[in-house]
Design a binder for this molecule. Structure first.
Ligand code: GDP
Length: 131
């Protein structure tokens, strides 16, 4: 998911270029805006964290782009491509190093396991498209 800060700052194209150049195939894509319920559900695993309210405020602050990506070893390779959660700690050349504003507004989300990739893909695309 390309997060609200990256969409607002005009980085959709550059980020998709990097994703393609890294060998990922885009299988489904949508631009949409999360409701507060959507954001609370998507990030339910973080609901006890002190930053949960801020996270929901931020994730609902503007449009996002959600996509299903395909590649061998996709989860691990995508996490490498996006870089550490905190852009100050992200490696040179990673999407977060290049485009993130802060640990909160960090440009992009990637699933952290194959199981979560399926759940998160269904969250956006179930009943909407085949992939
Ligand atoms: P990720 O898997 O790298 O996205 O990181 P996490 O699963 O740990 O956190 C989920 C998201 O919550 C991050 O991508 C950030 O957008 C946000 N987040 C993480 N840590 C903080 C924090 O300390 N403050 C705020 N405001 N947001 C945070």
């Amino acid at each position: 998911m390309i997060k609200p800060d990256a969409v607002e700052n005009g980085h959709i194209g550059a980020i998709l270029e990097k994703i393609n150049a890294a060998g990922f195939k885009i299988k489904a894509m949508v631009m949409t805006q999360l409701s507060r319920n959507d954001a609370q559900e998507f990030y339910a695993v973080h609901r006890e964290r002190p930053f949960f309210g801020e996270l929901v405020d931020y994730m609902t602050s503007g449009p996002i782009v959600a996509a299903i990506l395909e590649k061998d070893n996709a989860v691990e390779d995508f996490r490498k491509l996006i870089g550490a959660t905190n852009p100050e700690e992200a490696a040179e050349g990673t999407i977060r190093k290049l485009y993130a504003q802060s640990i909160a507004a960090n440009a992009i989300h990637g699933s952290d396991s194959d199981d979560n990739a399926r759940i998160e893909g269904d969250f956006f695309f179930s009943g909407r498209a085949r992939y």
